[in-house]
Design a protein around this ligand. Structure first.
Ligand code: IMP
Length: 425
């Protein structure tokens, strides 16, 4: 079975881009299935650090066709900038390499303005979104008033459709007491973007279907993470799409029988950006150390990420809702030098031990969950040169083995440094 799905197991930022980059070498198609330019996937290759927001992380492999699937939302202006940025460092991103599903929805500058406006209105209850307009774009999709990428093929009709939607958004901005956006220049900009992006448009589900029929290998790249899933995450502190493995099926349009591997990417500790409860959060010195050593600042927004110990309750939950066949454990090297490490193995709430992540019971319950920790010894040495798991220091090996026991999923890759090759297999 030719499909591999790569999902985030935590609150995003697990290092999925690197794992996708690693697996893309053996893939014929790499397809993004959810989210938009709220994602920031970092890939370091041949001396360049590339931050990808919409273009799939397989773009660095010339044999891989990259598809931005139907389940995504695309900001056409940002996509063009990203294509230009890649070209500037010598990565060819023409329509023969990159395809855009005609059913993907378009994220307009007015969606971004509405995202900011609704965050402002929420005040202290703000969700801490990336303010990229992701929620408002998916809301328009669900309300069946959104614009789909395929509409860019008919420039005159497209201009009228953009004008109508942006005007409706402006009315809402005025209701929020905010300045409306100038519709004329926005339409002109988007019409020009449409002219440039039209050659990239395809029927995404057909591209995937034909590839599977021909026995090609498809790698599905998830953005964000399990706990940011609209249905199975920590609602309302979630994104508006389906980052879980099921999202790959709906977001690209293929059936479950084609899936062979589901790789859950887990950072060796936990981070979260945006608001919402975080049981293993470390507010003191150790949290700050993880943030500094791990460069835990958002790729998209630059916001400092909240940091904490590894939470195996979350990883078990991710293994369950995604059907993980394996785990890619990233950034193990960031833990080097800590004398002891903690892993949350369960929670205590209302005097009872809780083994399951209480996603469906909401944030009120989660905010009262106190982690039950298990302490493991740390290790001193630098891991970056290690390429085989057996060569890790015994304490690091024990940490990885404990993750396997606690989640029931084997750890197939362990990240020991930021560079492309820095995995212990
Ligand atoms: P939105 O996706 O911009 O609507 O933001 C909703 C929530 O998802 C916020 O908590 C964001 O911080 C979080 N989020 C969205 N994209 C990412 C990501 O790529 N990494 C980590 N968190 C993200």
């Amino acid at each position: 079975m030719p499909v591999t799905i790569i999902v985030g197991t935590q609150w995003g930022d697990e290092g999925k881009g690197r794992v996708v980059d690693h697996c893309a070498a053996q893939s014929d198609i790499v397809a993004r299935y959810n989210g938009g330019d709220n994602a920031g996937h970092t890939v370091i290759a041949e001396g360049h650090k590339l931050a990808l927001h919409l273009v799939p992380s397989g773009i660095l492999y010339p044999q891989a066709l990259c598809l931005i699937g139907a389940g995504t939302v695309i900001n056409p202006l940002r996509l063009l900038k990203e294509i230009e940025g890649l070209r500037a460092v010598g990565v060819e991103v023409g329509p023969e390499r990159l395809k855009i599903a005609a059913a993907a929805h378009l994220n307009l500058p007015t969606h971004r303005a509405l995202d900011g406006a609704s965050e402002l209105r929420r005040g202290k209850q703000a969700l801490g979104t990336t303010r990229r307009g992701i929620g408002p774009t998916y809301a328009d999709k669900a309300r069946r008033v959104g614009l789909r990428a395929g509409q860019m093929r008919a420039p005159d009709a497209f201009a009228a459709q953009v004008r109508a939607l942006a005007t409706a958004h402006n009315e809402r901005l005025i209701n929020f007491g905010l300045e409306p956006q100038l519709v004329g220049p926005l339409v002109a900009q988007l019409q020009e973007a449409a002219r440039r992006l039209a050659p990239y448009l395809v029927d995404g589900a057909t591209v995937i279907g034909d590839a599977l029929a021909a026995g090609k290998r498809v790698l599905c790249e998830g953005a964000q993470g399990t706990l940011l899933d609209l249905d199975h995450g920590t609602y309302p502190f979630v994104t508006s799409s389906s980052p879980i493995a099921g999202g790959a099926l709906t977001g690209l349009g293929f059936g479950p029988g084609a899936v062979e591997r589901v790789i859950g990417v887990a950072k060796a500790y936990t981070t979260r950006v945006g608001a919402g409860p975080f049981p293993t959060e470390l507010l003191g010195e150790t949290g700050e150390r993880l943030r500094q050593v791990g460069h835990e600042y958002g790729v998209t927004t630059g916001r400092p990420r909240r940091c904490g110990w590894l939470d195996a309750v979350i990883l078990r939950y991710a293994a369950q809702v995604n059907g993980l066949t394996e785990i890619a454990l990233t950034k193990l090297d960031i833990l080097s030098g800590l004398p002891t490490l903690q892993i949350a193995v369960a929670y205590e709430v209302d005097g009872e031990r809780l083994e399951h992540f209480p996603a469906e019971w909401g944030n009120e319950v989660l905010s009262r969950c106190v982690p039950i920790y298990e302490e493991l010894p740390g290790w001193e040495s630098d891991l970056r040169a290690i390429r085989r798991r057996e060569e890790l220091p015994p304490e690091a090996r024990a940490y990885v083995a404990r993750v396997e026991e606690l989640t029931g999923a084997p750890v197939a890759f362990t990240g020991v440094g930021p560079e492309r090759a820095e995995f212990a297999l």
